[in-house]
Design a binder for this molecule. Structure first.
Ligand SMILES: [Zn+2]
Length: 305
């Protein structure tokens, strides 16, 4: 009788392993939505709460989003202050999910956010620009950092579904190979750009990790967004810098002020280099992490050549 019971319980556990429910993941980062899909495959169901093109700094969860969070096993966020609303959301969610701020678990070069001057904070939608010494939360512009994030996500999934550990490990390893190839490709592209042409003028302070990895100097127009009018002094300073540094092109993001960009290009003769994904994935070809990196690197290199 006892052996029958044991055989029965072994069979039950085998069945439950084979039919293990997928890990439910809710993601507040478009980058991590892509990463967890790559690592988790069909052993996860992923809800991307912050959609491509939506400002992750200033996301307003809907009642449907809150329901998804309450049902989730795992909630992923970029961390490092990217989601200014995070602790409030975690407290009010009332779910049983494990919350991971992935950026907080990475070994990062100490890149601090530039301090904003002269009331640039007013009406600004980027809460993380408040302090003088905060770590820059846009860690995903370095492929090496995303590679670390893959390991963080793999570990979290394996803890939540130990039966699928080998499955997650295999998928993570395959993805790492692709990220390595992507990093090699990016390095080769940037290598075609002379060092003294690696100057990046962008609308918000998001590309420090990319600059650090590839030897760019950043002249950020931090503070320029659709909600924030930069002072005329700030614009004048920037125009001077673009002229002195002989910057060939400046880049924009969807949210910034086109009038300022056209003023700078008119005054300096620099051209508009194109649109960059700053805060996360875009749509179409920019809808995956690999696609976003290819888009950003190609846009930068083509414009500055
Ligand atoms: Zn940002």
């Amino acid at each position: 009788m006892k052996s029958i019971l044991i055989a029965f319980s072994v069979l039950l556990s085998l069945i439950s392993t084979m039919w293990a429910a997928p890990v439910k993941v809710a993601s507040l980062s478009t980058i991590l939505t892509d990463v967890v899909r790559e690592v988790g495959g069909d052993k996860v169901t992923v809800t991307g709460l912050v959609k491509p093109g939506v400002d992750p700094h200033d996301f307003q969860p809907s009642p449907a989003d809150l329901k998804k969070i309450a049902e989730a096993d795992l909630v992923l966020a970029s961390g490092l202050g990217m989601e200014g609303y995070l602790s409030k959301l975690e407290t009010s969610s009332g779910g049983k999910a494990k919350w991971i701020e992935v950026g907080n678990r990475l070994k990062l070069p100490p890149l601090k956010l530039a301090h904003e001057e002269e009331g640039g904070e007013k009406g600004h939608d980027h809460h993380h620009h408040d302090g003088e010494s905060e770590q820059d939360p846009h860690w995903f512009h370095s492929i090496a950092n995303v590679s670390q994030a893959v390991t963080v996500v793999e570990k979290a999934l394996s803890e939540l579904s130990p039966a699928d550990k080998a499955y997650f490990a295999k998928r993570a390893a395959d993805y790492q190979v692709r990220l390595e190839a992507l990093a090699k490709w990016a390095k080769l592209q940037v290598a075609s750009l002379p060092r003294d042409q690696r100057k990046l003028v962008t609308s918000h302070d998001a590309f420090q990790y990319l600059a650090h990895e590839f030897g760019f100097t950043i002249y950020s127009i931090a503070g320029i967004s659709s909600q924030d009018q930069p002072s005329s002094k700030k614009i004048a300073d920037l125009i001077k810098t673009v002229k002195v540094q002989k910057v060939k092109a400046i880049f924009f993001e969807t949210t910034e002020n086109p009038k300022v960009i056209s003023e700078i290009t008119r005054e300096t003769g620099a051209k508009v280099g194109g649109e960059l994904c700053a805060d996360g994935l875009g749509t179409g070809a920019m809808g995956t992490y690999e696609g976003m990196i290819r888009h950003n690197i190609t846009t930068i290199v083509n414009a500055l050549k």
